[in-house]
Design a protein around this ligand. Sequence first.
Ligand SMILES: [Mn+2]
Length: 125
Amino acid sequence: MTLARKDLEGYDLIGDVHGCGASLAVLLEKLGYSYREGVYRHPRRRVIFLGDLIDRGPRIRLALNIARDMVEAGEADIVMGNHEYNALAYCRRAPPEWAGEWLREHSPRHNRIINETLAQFRDHP
Ligand SMILES: [Mn+2]
């Protein structure tokens, strides 16, 4: 059951979670959200995730799961961050006419940025 517009008090803008999924859960609870029926919900507020859920932190999959479940339940909206955009390009082969093999070059710098995300998804293809 999604919050009716007349009951909506406002939005909480959350950006740059960067894999800190446990901290995201703590933050949501501090903001008055509670975990009900598998989703963080607030009686009067919604979240807008401002991108960069992935890379760096220890609980990337948790961060993604929390956000996805909230979006699918209508408790949040989300926009893509540059890290998600880069991850999509990193994992897609370039068209044959391109010089490189991947849409985002697998340079040492790019490898380092996405390394933690790939490691945490290794057993979860
Ligand atoms: Mn960022």
